[in-house]
Design a protein around this ligand. Structure first.
Ligand code: TXA
Ligand code: MG
Length: 302
């Protein structure tokens, strides 16, 4: 990494495609390998709270409380950046996204390096995020020299992104840390996850996390295709009339944590099946169900 190479790293949320966050050329390589537009900013990963003040000019009290509670973990904080963070990392925005991931291998790597790591999810832009080293290898294996294999991601969906407007706490991306958990620590928050109405959010695009096969949320699709042409992603039960081999169940026990762990690998599995379309069932709008539904909506055909 000191030589300016990229390495895919495991985190508890999803795998990242990491490089030296201080080196503009390395950061440019990350955008190129992912085929990601440079208006979509990257998250900077570090291993210790004490490092954060090197990267940000202000660390408000509420941000510190959240950091103390949830780091290392599935929380990303948007804070005003210092000049040491290249503009390319933040897509020209005055804030930088910072996270301490919870994975022993990656924490050890970060600790051994004299710089933080900029890392987006290690998937081609717009496709499903990887939750195993094999997912990374399947899509970016030829383009990157090294994948650090840390097993399957425990959380399975990306971090929750939180910023601050005046005194208010704003959730800009629903993720692996639930709104309920955040509110228990900090009180009421505002959820603003739609980038189209929010110019401060260039990267949280409407269409994302998508399989190559069209994914529908509307049950009407079940009448338009033959049963064997349809793949199903459901929360806890098989749909009648559709072959069970073409169905993936996120969590038979209706456990949101298990459902999040399975989400992206099951989307990939369905994408590889000999079917024409995917029907996905939305989960209850609570706990991680909200973040899972957000991913399903963005993955779906509008
Ligand atoms: O769990 C995660 O967050 C994973 C792991 C690897 O840490 N990373 C991840 O990165 O999901 P990525 O690049 O796929 O998504 C980061 C999101 C993007 O939608 C981007 O627009 C937003 O974070 N973001 C980054 N910096 C931002 C900033 N300064 N202001 C607003 N949004 C920002
Ligand atoms: Mg991503």
């Amino acid at each position: 990494m000191e030589k300016g190479e990229l390495v895919a790293i495991p985190t508890e949320t999803v795998y990242g495609l990491a490089g030296n966050a201080f080196d503009v050329q390395v950061v440019a390589k990350i955008f190129a390998v992912k085929n990601r537009p440079t208006f979509d900013p990257l998250i900077v990963h570090t291993h210790h709270l004490s490092k954060v003040s090197e990267f940000v000019s202000d660390f408000p009290k509420k941000a510190q409380i959240l950091a103390q509670h949830f780091w290392a973990g599935a929380l990303t904080l948007l804070l005003p950046k210092k000049d040491i963070i290249p503009d390319l990392v933040t897509a020209g925005l005055p804030t930088v996204a910072i996270r301490i991931p919870q994975h022993q291998l990656t924490l050890a790597l970060l600790e051994s390096l004299p710089f933080p790591l900029a890392a987006p999810s290690a998937n081609p832009f717009g496709y499903i995020s990887p939750t195993t080293a094999q997912h990374v290898a399947a899509q970016l294996g030829e383009k990157i020299p090294y994948i650090l294999d840390g097993g399957s991601c425990k959380v399975g969906i990306e971090s929750t992104i939180i910023g601050f407007e005046n005194e208010e706490v704003i959730i800009y991306r629903l993720g692996g840390l639930s709104v309920e958990d955040v509110e228990q620590v900090i009180g009421k928050v505002i959820v603003k996850t739609h980038s189209t109405s929010n110019p401060n959010a260039p990267g949280r695009l409407e269409s994302h996390y998508a399989p190559k096969k069209p994914l529908y949320l509307d049950k009407k699709i079940l009448e338009k295709f033959a049963p064997e042409e349809i793949g199903v992603l459901s929360f806890s039960e098989y749909l009648p009339h559709i072959p069970q081999v073409n169905q993936c169940i996120l969590s038979p026990e209706r456990n949101f944590i298990e459902a999040a762990q399975n989400l992206f690998s099951m989307m990939r599995k369905l994408d590889a099946m000999p079917i024409k379309v995917i029907f996905a069932e939305l989960l209850p709008e609570e706990s991680l169900g909200r973040a899972i539904n957000d991913r399903l909506r963005r993955a779906s055909v509008k």
